[in-house]
Design a protein around this ligand. Structure first.
Ligand code: FES
Length: 138
């Protein structure tokens, strides 16, 4: 594994919430936020954008919340299965989060998705795609 692709150690991926990091899409050179999620002993990676409004982040800036092994969008409370990304409740019921390929190796999580490059841990500081502050966008 390439050290430049290392996101975080497995032990640092939280159980009650998600781990937020930033990637760069290689085809557009745009930075996008992503999350790591722990569920049933597995870690999965998803872009941090809802499928109700795909320009809106799932979280309020510190990683999406989890409830009963599902990722919760804080905007209009859509819920997504942590292992499949499928929306089970909310305005985008049946839609899937965009996945991001990761690999676990020697206790660390690596980004191994050829569509993205790892940028940094934490939010995308240059992002203008703000999380919704209103609930009237149904
Ligand atoms: S933006 Fe996520 S549920 Fe509306």
């Amino acid at each position: 594994m390439d050290a430049d692709d290392r996101i975080v150690s497995v032990d640092e991926v939280p159980r009650e919430t998600t781990f937020l990091f930033t990637v760069r899409e290689t085809s557009t050179d745009e930075e996008r936020e992503s999350i790591l999620v722990r569920s049933n002993g597995e870690i999965t990676g998803w872009l941090n954008y809802c499928q109700h409004f795909t320009h809106i982040r799932l979280d309020k800036g510190s990683g999406a919340e989890m409830r009963d092994d599902e990722i919760v969008c804080t905007n209009h409370v859509a819920m997504f299965e942590a292992d499949t990304g499928r929306c089970t409740f909310g305005p985008c019921d049946g839609a899937y989060l965009e996945d991001i390929e990761i690999t676990i190796d020697d206790g660390s999580v690596y980004l191994t998705d050829s569509d993205y490059e790892f940028v940094s841990v934490g939010p995308n500081e240059t992002s203008t795609d703000l999380t919704s502050t209103s609930n009237i966008e149904f």
